[in-house]
Design a protein around this ligand. Structure first.
Ligand SMILES: [Zn+2]
Length: 423
């Protein structure tokens, strides 16, 4: 499906493009190691962007804006007179970009009236419509890419541009609304995006993150996510006189990884299938550690995975007499579906907002987690909305301007629909 008819909403399209291009040129890469060590924001450069967004919110007429000590930009817009009693709604997007791909000195390229052919960028990066059906459908659209040497940062600066532009339209157009809240957060890509979210600040009992992909896609379901750390213990000996006493923890760890079912890896699964993802292996003869991510949409599926990991770790260790394995499992986030089901209105209104903008909602089980899944767990049901960004976390990341306009229209419709609800 092609969304270029939405480009005729020229004011929003121009404002979105201008904002988006300025946001992506800000370097906001987060640092997962620092974030794992409890530093937030994990990088200094996120402070700079937070301050810039604070200033911009003030300039579009939002007076109640604060940046918390952990760099959350929190803004509140009082309800229009007479609508003080309708429910408050909060919109969120994240400021950081992933640290696996260079996000410094992003040089966005605007492909106006894209002709549908293959796009060759620097560094051998190619966007091939024959391999990317959404790109193939985007002829006539305005496409934005990086220059090929960095990521673009549509994840999630498209979300920030959508929220900023939607809110500016609501304020300047005097569109009646209940109380509105906005949070731009740091460090989402590190998995720590909601660690220091000021929960007590929220008046809203429901939120929406704008951090998704193709137009129409909305997410109310995500993986259950656990991390397993398996520590293998062996016994070191001089290699020349090792026989028979050496017990090699490296061999145990690699044997364990080989035992994981090959058809249940990230690279061999999609849709609703879960997986075991070896993320890291390190160590020496005495001790070796494997870090594994476990993902499953179902609770009992996750229980099965955890017990499989324990059994395989024990089996790997038992092949090496004298060796041992210890498994530590920690929860990362949970599937938000059940909690969102308990407050169905949040998702119902979202679907209606899409239909009002002429877009068929497509419920996607998200093969990952978002700030929304964490917030949902913390008690605020938070579906995720598309932004028109594609190929996230790569140098071939691209954004569709017409789809960003669609998302901005969805935000305005959400505001209008919530203004008709009772608390
Ligand atoms: Zn994101």
């Amino acid at each position: 499906m092609n969304f270029t008819n939405h480009l005729s909403k020229a004011n929003a399209a121009d404002a979105l493009l201008k904002r988006f291009l300025s946001y992506v040129s800000n370097w906001t890469t987060s640092d997962s190691v620092a974030a794992d060590n409890g530093v937030q924001p994990s990088t200094e450069q996120q402070w700079f962007f937070a301050k810039l967004l604070e200033e911009e919110l003030k300039s579009i007429g939002v007076s109640d804006v604060t940046v918390t000590e952990h760099a959350y930009v929190c803004a509140r817009i009082p309800a229009t007179a007479g609508l003080e009693k309708v429910p408050s709604v909060c919109f969120l997007a994240h400021m950081d970009t992933v640290d696996e791909v260079d996000g410094r000195n992003v040089q966005p390229q605007v492909h106006k009236n894209y002709d549908g052919s293959s796009i060759s960028l620097n560094g051998g990066t190619v966007l091939d419509p024959e391999k990317d059906k959404f790109l193939a459908e985007s002829a006539g659209d305005t496409i934005i890419t990086s220059d090929g040497t960095t990521l673009l940062g549509a994840d999630d600066k498209a979300g920030i541009a959508i929220i900023m532009t939607g809110i500016a339209e609501i304020i300047s157009g005097n569109i009646p609304h209940g109380e509105l809240e906005i949070v731009f957060s740091p460090d989402e890509e590190t998995g720590h995006g909601m660690d220091n979210v000021p929960l007590e600040w929220f008046h809203s009992k429901q939120c929406y993150t704008f951090d998704g992909g193709h137009a129409g896609e909305i997410e109310i379901e995500c993986f259950n996510a656990y991390k397993a750390e398996i520590e293998f213990k062996g016994r070191a000996m001089h290699t020349g006189t090792a026989r028979p006493d050496m017990v090699n923890a490296i061999s145990m760890a690699s044997s364990f990884v080989q035992m994981l079912p090959p058809c249940e890896r990230p690279e061999t699964t999609d849709g609703r299938q879960g997986f075991y993802a070896p993320m890291e292996i390190s160590g020496h003869i005495e001790s070796a550690k494997v870090v594994l991510f476990l993902r499953d949409f179902e609770t009992d599926g996750m229980e099965r995975r955890i017990s499989t990991v324990k059994q395989l770790a024990a089996a790997a260790a038992s092949q090496y007499p004298g060796g041992s394995a210890e498994v530590k499992v920690t929860q990362q986030y949970l599937n938000m579906f059940q909690k969102i089901q308990k407050k169905p209105l949040v998702a119902e209104i979202l679907k209606e907002a899409l239909l009002k903008t002429g877009i068929e909602p497509k419920l996607m089980p998200i093969r990952g987690g978002t700030d929304g899944s964490r917030l949902t767990e913390l008690g605020l049901p938070t579906p995720n909305v598309f932004t028109g960004g594609h190929n996230f976390h790569s140098k071939s990341e691209w954004a569709s301007l017409s789809q960003m306009v669609c998302a901005e229209e969805v935000l305005v419709e959400l505001v209008k629909l919530w203004a008709t609800q009772k608390k």
